[in-house]
Design a binder for this molecule. Structure first.
Ligand code: NI
Length: 262
């Protein structure tokens, strides 16, 4: 059974067939989905999906591109949504210097505040980091405590940086990019990573794996990701699926052998 650790099923790309697709996911062995929010509006739509579907859980947080909408009042509201029984993580939060929509200082400030919120509520974090390797590592180090757990989602940096996160106890999220022919650096990262520290993710509707690169992505494509990880690590795809699901349960539910939430 596959654990989808990072999806955006509230995205408008799924408006035409969302319910049918989610039903298909369940029928085809997707055991659990963590739907990840990025803006105040998507916190609402994510929690709505989690309320409607037993196998969907919510991550509540504001993406670095959207931190312009944060203020103290919004943070108070966000905190309340983190107390929802189906919220299992704070995310996605972090730094994005690729799109560079908000000033770096503002991104760093709200990244820090949301990490503090996660610590207060004992929730793991889902970190988004693009073209911001050094600043993200610095911010995560600064917030680090042995209790704060999390995943660096859609990891795009070097094996050396991955090691830094492993040393702090983080998981590394691997998705469709690993199947791309030009993903040399990421393949090196996966070869180095212990299977016990990898989470399977799509980031759907984005980043569909080969052979569907460029098309709308969904959790149904996760076997292609597991297959490629298995090839790189010399284990069967089934083993990748089994271990990464146990990893995700440990991170999001705090236990390695149950699927029924916190
Ligand atoms: Ni995402």
């Amino acid at each position: 059974m596959i654990f989808e650790s990072h999806a955006h099923y509230d995205d408008t790309a799924f408006d035409a067939d969302r319910e049918a697709l989610l039903k298909q996911c369940q029928e085809q062995g997707i055991e659990t989905i963590v739907n990840v929010s990025a803006s105040l509006a998507s916190v609402k739509s994510t929690l709505q999906l989690a309320e409607q579907h037993a196998f969907i859980y919510a991550a509540v947080g504001i993406h670095p591109d959207e931190v312009g909408e944060l203020n103290e009042e919004a943070m108070g509201w966000l905190r309340e949504q983190c107390l929802h029984p189906k919220t299992v993580a704070v995310g996605e939060i972090g730094l994005d210097y690729y799109w560079d929509k908000e000033k770096h200082e503002l991104q760093k400030y709200w990244f820090h505040r949301q990490m503090e919120l996660a610590k207060e509520l004992k929730l793991p974090i889902i970190v988004h980091s693009r073209e911001a390797a050094a600043d993200t590592l610095e911010a995560v180090r600064k917030a680090h405590t042995p209790e704060l757990k999390g995943v660096i989602h859609c990891f795009s940096y070097t094996p050396e940086i991955a090691k830094e996160y492993l040393n702090m106890g983080y998981y590394i999220g691997i998705g469709g990019v690993i199947t791309f022919k030009n993903a040399k650096k990421l393949k090196e990262v996966v070869k180095m990573l212990p299977l016990e520290r990898i989470l399977l993710e799509t980031d759907c509707p984005y980043l569909a794996p080969e052979p569907y690169r460029g098309k709308r992505n969904s959790s149904l494509n996760l076997p292609y990701v597991a297959e490629t990880i298995g090839q790189l690590k010399g284990v069967a795809a089934e083993e990748v699926i089994r271990v990464t699901a146990a990893n995700a349960r440990a991170l999001y539910f705090g236990k390695s052998n149950h699927t029924c939430g916190r």
